[in-house]
Ligand binder design. Sequence first.
Ligand code: DGP
Length: 113
Amino acid sequence: MDCIFCKIAAGQIPAKKVFEDGEIVAFRDINPVAPTHVLIIPREHIETINDLEPGHAAIVGRLHLAARELARQEGLAERGYRLVFNCGPEAGQAVFHIHLHLIGGRKLSWPPG
Ligand code: DGP
């Protein structure tokens, strides 16, 4: 499958991985928008949030638990951070393998652009 995040998960192309296990992989975004910008993905190829099914509930939960732990490791737990899934064209989704953005380390504005 020609998916860049599947290839990162499989170790076929390099990435700065910060966590991986049998189900999920987390790595630093190649184009960070903040001092901490980590992408947390399932190994399973799921194109968008629209494609989630009830059977994905556990893996989606695990993405968030990994984000919580990585935020703690990055010193963001008390400072604050943002978790984002972009879905579809108007949200600017560029890679069609779901990924949870963990963004922090600076004051983030709201609403997002
Ligand atoms: P999104 O717009 O939510 O689809 O964000 C995709 C993100 O993926 C974007 O912030 C840049 C990042 N990205 C794209 N290609 C690569 C890559 O090859 N390596 C890494 N580390 N990040 C990538």
